[in-house]
Design a binder for this molecule. Structure first.
Ligand code: PMP
Length: 444
């Protein structure tokens, strides 16, 4: 390469210093946008020698790719110009009808006009927050809560107030108290964000009785409910639970997704909202993306029409149940008695609490050296709690790898316990089974 003129302005500047020079120009709201602990883990956890119990990636190895391939090829041949074109901001009408059929499995009677298709349910969380929340508004969330939703709430500069949950899900009395405390401080609650089925990350399911109680509390206090339900059809026993939206059409925005029942690569989810809210959601969707991807929507629509998709979901359930069993058996066999965990009845996750004094985040580098990864509990709290806990995902590795992962994890925990016996350590607060003691939210 011939010598060119020198470019002194860039000489000696690393890409990170160049990035840093933008810091003062970013909008204030970007201060809340930081890489989640899960994201930071991905590069390490995806090395083949590491057993990752960290990520929540659906295991799509059982998908009939030949069937999907044929459906897509037919779609391109017969309806290509529509699939390749911009579409409606609200989403494809035929798919919205099919989405209503899917929701009927959870007792929801809805009209396709009230469904807005989104780019995964993640975008639905974003759009709902965008249309409701000003900086400083309060969103009530379970303790712990889904890391991706906490990221959205932070990005819109909302204050998250966590509400205690236990083995039956969100605790109604704690919800009542949280509403009173926030309002007494003169602050505005915009909605309760809740994951009633096979919670991410806690693995628990809201009992039927509590669903009614929580809806009654929210109705009385005039608090909107955002019901996020990507795992609802992935229960390991009995029929799908009745959605909260089924009993409270006016007070609940319901979010669904094809990521776990079909494939996340299409990035198709949806929001079902009261009619007036639906109008605003469509406007927000249009300003964000113009329209959700036509190709993905038509491909999913063709798959739902041509394939026994419910049979496929049943296979997913059986596969995940086998993995859940492998994890729980391994924990029962190997974990020290002082550790505690729950047995989820569906979904992807077990929430494990370490023996007193251990810190899941501090322990993580040692775990990764021992070739096992998990997500420390602190990722799922907006207020720094959760250090004694971790989320273990059983969705992706094989049962044998899950067992091996638990064996490695137990080795690390035993080492930590020995270190603690030698050097001592303070205890840590913990949520779920000991009761989340919400720190008085800083509402100033
Ligand atoms: N909500 C919850 C509770 C989730 O666990 C996830 C994915 N992990 C999402 C929403 C987003 O899923 P998607 O955008 O793929 O529909």
């Amino acid at each position: 390469m011939p010598d060119g003129p020198e470019r002194p302005a860039l000489q000696g500047r690393s890409s990170s210093t160049r990035l840093d020079s933008y810091v003062d120009r970013y909008a204030a709201r970007t201060r809340g946008m930081t890489a989640s602990e899960i994201r930071a883990l991905f590069s390490v956890a995806s090395r083949p020698e590491v057993v990752s119990l960290a990520g929540g990636m659906p295991n799509i190895s059982g998908l009939p790719l030949d069937v999907v391939g044929r459906a897509i090829s037919d779609l391109v041949a017969t309806n290509g110009p529509v699939a390749m074109q911009y579409g409606s901001g609200q989403g494809d009408p035929a798919l919205r009808e099919q989405i209503c059929d899917v929701m009927r499995l959870e007792g929801i009677e809805a009209h396709p006009d009230d469904v807005v298709v989104t780019v995964g349910s993640q975008q639905a969380v974003d759009l709902v927050t965008r249309i409701f929340c000003d900086p400083g508004d309060v969103v009530l969330c379970e303790a712990p809560s889904y890391v991706g939703a906490l990221g959205v709430f932070r990005a819109y500069e909302c204050d998250v107030v966590h509400v205690e949950m236990d083995g039956d899900g969100l605790v109604p009395g704690a919800l009542r108290d949280a509403i009173a405390v926030v309002r007494a401080a003169g602050r505005t609650i915009k909605f309760l964000y809740t994951i009633p089925n096979f919670h991410n990350p806690a693995g628990v399911t809201l009992s039927e009785e509590r669903r009614r109680e929580i809806l009654a509390i929210c109705r009385e206090a005039d608090v909107l409910v955002l019901e996020d339900n990507p795992y609802g059809l992935l229960g390991f026993s009995g029929e799908p639970r009745r959605a909260m939206r089924a009993d409270e059409p006016a007070g609940v925005i319901y979010l669904g997704s094809f990521s776990k029942t079909f494939a996340p690569g299409f990035r198709v989810g949806w929001a079902l909202a009261p009619h007036a809210v639906r109008e605003k959601l469509v406007l927000a969707q249009e300003s964000a993306t113009l329209c959700p991807p036509a190709f993905s929507q038509l491909a999913i629509s063709a798959y739902l029409r041509a394939h026994d998709w419910q049979g496929q979901v049943k296979q997913f359930r059986e596969m995940y149940r086998e993995r859940r069993d492998a994890m729980v058996e391994a924990l029962d066999d190997m974990m020290p008695a002082a550790a505690r965990w729950n047995v989820p009845d569906g979904g992807f996750y077990v929430w494990l609490t370490l023996p007193d004094g251990l810190d899941a985040k501090a322990m993580l580098p040692r775990a990764v050296s021992a070739r096992v990864a998990y997500v420390p509990g602190t990722a799922f709290f907006a207020d720094g709690f959760g250090s004694q806990s971790m989320r273990l995902s059983f969705c992706y590795p094989t049962p044998e790898r899950i067992r091996e992962g638990v064996r490695r994890l137990v080795g690390v925990i035993e080492e930590e316990l020995e270190l603690r016996a030698t050097f001592g350590s303070g205890g840590h607060p913990f949520a779920l089974d000991r009761g989340y003691q919400a720190p008085r939210p800083d509402l100033t």
